[in-house]
Design a protein around this ligand. Structure first.
Ligand code: ZN
Ligand code: ZN
Length: 112
């Protein structure tokens, strides 16, 4: 007769399946590490698109204090969303630097 020691295992695992990783910026479901932070697809795209001109983004609340950032309010203020991205340690550099370097190397070889 086998012992029933593995009986409760399946039940314990299912509850953690739905939770998963959470985006550090807006709290949506994260799908991986993007630009050094755990974010959702939306914030990844947002960051990539705005990282280089984020200084031109203006908070409509005047920037006195940050707007709330969650699944629903994240669309309201690009400035505060970007600020939160940066606060969370997001950086565009790694990929960007590699691209520039590759380009320069290619150019040097091509022109030589
Ligand atoms: Zn997000
Ligand atoms: Zn704002």
């Amino acid at each position: 007769m086998a012992k029933s020691s593995t009986r409760s295992k399946a039940a314990a695992d299912t509850s953690s399946l739905n939770e998963g990783p959470i985006c550090v910026v807006c709290g949506d479901k994260a799908n991986g590490m993007h630009y050094r932070a755990l974010t959702c697809e939306g914030c990844k795209t947002f960051f990539r698109r705005n990282a280089r001109n984020h200084l031109s983004l203006k908070c409509e609340m005047g920037g006195e204090k940050s707007c709330e950032m969650d699944l629903y309010t994240r669309r309201h203020c690009a400035a505060c969303r970007m600020k939160k991205c940066l606060d969370m340690g997001m950086q565009i550099d790694s990929k960007y630097t590699i691209t520039i370097l590759t380009l320069m190397m290619w150019e040097a070889r091509y022109l030589a």
